[in-house]
Design a binder for this molecule. Sequence first.
Ligand SMILES: [Zn+2]
Length: 99
Amino acid sequence: MARSSAVYSPTGRFNLTNARFARDFTPISDTCPCYTCTHYTRAYLRHLFKAKERNAATLASIHNERFILDIVSGARDAINNGNYFEYRDKTLRNYYQMQ
Ligand SMILES: [Zn+2]
């Protein structure tokens, strides 16, 4: 996914090469603690993809892997706490922006 500039966020997947990110100086996700989100903006990552810099895919992969690990960790915790279905519904509702 990351090699094609697609990144995950709690509110859905998007493509960093989209023109709307050219002056977006926020991280991929405000709530993500990964190296990419704490050091780089969407605008810079977009620039890297447009310039065909190889580290663009690496930085996007670091974020996407962290996102997946956090989803799985949350599911594991929810299972242990007996509220997996609430977690699942909330996560999917946010991801697909449903009410
Ligand atoms: Zn991140």
